[in-house]
Design a protein. Structure first.
Length: 446
């Protein structure tokens, strides 16, 4: 291989891989002879690179012998084309450009230490690997999941107190330049912030234009497959030092209702599951207010037998339906919070037993009706079907607003509350993207 072709070869890789902090172009020189190594240090075993390539290069004085040594390695294969070699580099190989030949050596690194299974966004059939608290491990996981030369990884510093490291990841061929520029400008504007940033949630609050918004406009995820999917859709991913979660932006409302399980199930099964989530969302929002509106204002909407059954179950309850609803909803919120704070070994048992005892005792004491226990259980179950926790928390708050409106004006309050909610969501945006946009990317369309 002549020297001119070597230069063209390296220029090709520099054009494709420039802009990523994990891209290495290492030059080795000895006695006027030069060897160049091209690899990605995030997915390539740098210890093996040193032991198998760098150290032998300086120990073997004769370059033809070094060429023979490299050729004899089990992991070595001959260089074919630039594009084929680039594909190997994106999977953890090293391209060695020598004075006589060019080789591709497979030295990929899979990091298992510190990597745990996803326990926040779980799936049945999908990948189980979640992010780690180590940024280097996270870059390794993402590189192994997304094999594209256009994937760019940039380094940023945030906060003047701790100077936290933030990694910016995007696909230069898919991302919209104006969105990327807005994100970089927003990050630059908070570089001198004196607050300590330790998690994507705090970073989310700093990036959000409206500091007191109820609904999340950026997505927080621990799943590497969700990150790869969003990168392919042209979104930007932020990794924060010391956090096992990534911040994905922009994000629209329908992103928060989508589970990765939707992509691993047959078409109609995934549509059925998606429909269940929206039905659950509607139930968790409307059912408490609907119960208040029907029992307090419009009992005639029920059939006679059902209306009499509800009235009979509430005969022993000494106060209005809205107090009954708010009492049980608050107790359910306390149980939910207790399940999060208690140790995992006793959390599920304690909250289950507590819920059963609370519901049975409250019914027997005449504090709440039997139908109220059913309604609260349905609301709690429906709220848990929302895949992303940030949206689930927002809907937990929103149901109280609708319940208060139903307490004041009955069923009209529910209609007004839903209209206000839809209007509020229409006015939201995520880096210029409408919040109720159906698809962020054409790739999501069926």
């Amino acid at each position: 291989m002549n020297h001119a072709y070597e230069e063209v070869n390296q220029r090709f890789f520099k054009e494709k891989l420039e802009g990523s902090i994990d891209c290495m172009f290492q030059e080795l020189s000895l006695h006027g002879q030069r060897v160049d190594l091209i690899y990605l240090k995030s997915i390539c075993d740098t210890d093996k690179v040193h032991q198998m390539l760098v150290k032998p290069f300086f120990e073997i004085n004769e370059h033809r012998k070094f060429d023979s040594y490299v050729q004899s390695l089990d992991a070595t294969k001959p260089f074919e084309t630039n594009h084929a070699a680039l594909s190997d580099v994106l999977r953890g190989s090293v391209v060695l450009v020598g004075p006589f030949h060019t080789y591709v050596i497979d030295l990929k690194k899979y990091i298992n230490q510190g990597v745990k299974d996803a326990n926040v966004e779980t799936t049945i059939q999908g990948p189980q690997t979640a992010l780690s608290e180590d940024i280097a491990i996270n870059m390794n996981l993402i590189r192994h999941r997304y094999h594209q030369p256009s994937l760019k990884i940039e380094n940023e510093q945030v906060g003047s107190v701790l100077n936290m490291e933030v990694i910016l990841i995007y696909d230069s061929n898919k991302v919209q330049p104006e969105i990327l520029q807005k994100i970089k400008e927003k990050i630059a504007s908070i570089k001198n912030d004196n607050r300590i940033v330790q998690s994507p949630g705090e970073f989310h609050r700093l990036l959000t234009p409206k500091k007191r918004t109820l609904f999340p406009v950026y997505m927080i995820s621990e799943r590497t497959d969700r990150i790869a999917l969003n990168l392919s859709e042209g979104k930007v991913v932020l990794l924060i030092e010391g956090s096992p979660f990534a911040l994905i932006l922009p994000a629209v409302f329908f992103d928060f209702m989508s589970s990765m399980e939707d992509f691993y199930q047959p078409y109609w099964v995934s549509k059925f599951l998606l429909s269940l989530r929206y039905i659950g969302l509607f139930i968790s929002l409307v059912l408490p207010g609907f119960y208040i509106g029907i029992t307090s204002y419009n009992p005639e909407l029920f059939q006679v037998q059902l209306a009499l059954g509800i009235a009979g179950s509430r005969a022993a309850v000494p106060y209005s339906s809205y107090l009954e609803v708010f009492f049980m909803l608050f107790m359910m919120e306390l149980l939910t919070e207790a399940s999060i704070r208690l140790p995992k070994s006793i959390g599920s048992t304690a909250t289950t037993v507590g819920g059963l005892i609370l519901g049975t005792a409250a019914t027997e004491a005449g504090l709440v009706s039997n139908i109220m226990i059913i309604i609260v259980s349905a609301v709690a179950i429906s709220n848990f079907v929302i895949p992303i926790n940030e949206m689930s928390f927002a809907m937990r708050v929103m149901k109280y607003i609708i319940a208060v409106l139903a307490t004041v004006t009955g069923l009209i309050g529910i209609v007004v509350g839903m209209l206000v909610l839809i209007t509020y969501l229409i006015r939201l945006d995520s880096f210029g993207q409408p919040y109720l946009r159906l698809y962020f990317s054409e790739a999501n369309k069926d």
